[in-house]
Design a protein around this ligand. Structure first.
Ligand SMILES: Nc1ncnc2c1ncn2[C@@H]1O[C@H](COP(=O)(O)OP(=O)(O)OP(=O)(O)O)[C@@H](O)[C@H]1O
Ligand SMILES: [Mg+2]
Length: 415
């Protein structure tokens, strides 16, 4: 394999660690997959690293496979940060333009961005990303690029994204302990949005919901910009747990039943009182003593009710967030579902009914040779954002990313 530059994303998920490496092709052509590996996650609860050593071992396991495939070591990755501790704070800054000719300089922009970041935070919280929403010059709103424009008073409205410092430290330590450097950290749903949403959808107004195993990541865009994000501590693994409890079976069997028979809208599809029989599953012993040798029997009605109750809970949380920003049922480009949990049959119809929005499944786009799988949205987005950042850095106008909508506060961990 040619020793060209590989851009790598590391998605630390609750169910699995995913590593994707791509190589940039010729100009204009899509980056191509070089390798993808996946390993089960340990030490991660609801998207958050709670046991550094276990998480680090899981990352190492996926990394060893990855490095075996590419035949060499990699040193740095873009990584995701997840968990319901992630928060978003709007803020505003104001400065007086410094030059005598009143032309706004780079320095004025830096100062106003700094001014917007001077809000008080508890000492155990930190800001990871600052996104300028708009600049305002002498009361004139909606300005995206103020450099060189004339004015006296420069204001900026920003969205600051941050998280609970001990969890951020756990994540960085788990990655560093696995032998990798971190080139950048992105908040999970924003990574997924990068690979799934089209600029036109973001312009019109769209929401993304990445239903993973332990979390559901939510992000809303309008006029091209992020306007809201949140991470819910509920995901598809909760459905599996509910099935295990409801049918009194072990988790492995419950997971298989979910994948094989789970669905929303079981009522319309199956009016009969049909019962499914599941035989002992590939070496998995059923846990309940009574059913250990007997085939397991359960009604699709009961299964459907279990599945719908959890998905309803996720959609209720989604509606609450939409209500906070007055967009309930009001996004022209609707909601896009992605993540492994979006593979549940009929989830699109159920979302349309519960959220009163157009809905579709979002697949990662923009990388050639990648499997069409919604579970790969986040890792693909990490790679694409890694490429965006490299391209930004190579521009002659690069000033540290002030103009970037994805501006980060230089949390670069490469020594
Ligand atoms: N066909 C399917 N039907 C329903 N659920 C599915 C299907 N395939 C996978 N899943 C579920 O998707 C989840 C895994 O998705 P994903 O890989 O996006 O999660 P993750 O990134 O590890 O977790 P998280 O993002 O919450 O930290 C599992 O709970 C799995 O059961
Ligand atoms: Mg995920």
């Amino acid at each position: 394999m040619a020793r060209s530059h590989i851009i790598t994303g590391l998605d630390i998920g609750t169910e699995s660690i995913k590593i994707l490496g791509v190589q940039k092709g010729k100009k204009e052509s899509e980056p191509e997959v070089v390798a993808f590996t996946q390993a089960p996650s340990f030490g991660i609860r609801k998207g958050t690293v709670i046991n550094i050593e276990e998480a680090s071992n899981s990352i190492r396991s996926a990394l060893e496979d990855f490095q075996n495939v590419i035949g060499r070591k990699i040193d740095s990755v873009s990584v995701n940060l997840s968990g319901s501790h992630i928060f978003m704070t709007p803020s505003r800054g104001v400065v007086v333009v410094s030059r005598a000719d009143q032309k706004i300089s780079q320095e004025d922009i830096e100062r106003v961005m700094q001014a917007a970041q001077t809000f008080s935070l508890p000492s155990n919280k930190e800001i990871l990303d600052v996104l300028p929403k708009e600049f305002i010059i002498d009361g004139e709103k909606g300005i995206k690029e103020p450099l060189g424009l004339q004015g006296i008073r420069l204001e900026v409205e920003i969205l600051a994204l941050g998280g609970f410092s001990p969890y951020i430290k756990n994540l960085t330590k788990a990655v560093l302990d696995s032998g990798l450097q971190i080139s950048d950290i992105f908040i999970s749903p924003l990574a997924s949005a990068r690979s799934v949403l089209k600029p036109r959808q973001k312009e019109l107004g769209v929401a993304l919901l990445d239903i993973g195993a332990g979390t559901s990541g939510f992000a809303v865009f309008e006029e091209g910009d992020l306007i809201h994000t949140a991470i819910f501590p509920v995901g598809s693994a909760n459905i599996t747990n509910d099935i295990a409890i409801g049918l009194k079976i072990d988790i492995e069997t419950a997971e298989r039943i979910k994948i094989e028979f789970g669905s929303c809208f079981w009522r319309g599809a199956k009016k009969t009182k049909k019962k499914e029989k599941v035989k002992k599953i590939d070496g998995v012993r059923l846990s309940s003593a009574e059913v250990q040798e007997e085939p397991l029997t359960f009604s699709l009605k009961m299964l459907g009710e279990i599945v719908e109750a959890r998905i309803s809970e996720i959609f209720d949380l989604t509606n609450k967030e939409l209500k906070k920003i007055s967009r309930q049922g009001k996004l022209p480009a609707g909601i896009v579902l992605t993540g492994g949990g979006a593979k549940l049959p009929k989830i699109v119809d159920f979302a349309k009914k519960e959220l009163k929005l157009p809905c579709k499944i979002g697949y990662p786009d923009g990388i050639s040779g990648l499997e069409e799988d919604p579970a790969l949205s986040s890792v693909s987005g990490l790679v694409l954002r890694g490429i965006d950042f490299e391209e930004e850095k190579s521009l002659p106008s690069f000033q540290g990313g002030v103009f970037s909508k994805l501006k980060r506060i230089f949390r670069i961990f490469i020594p």
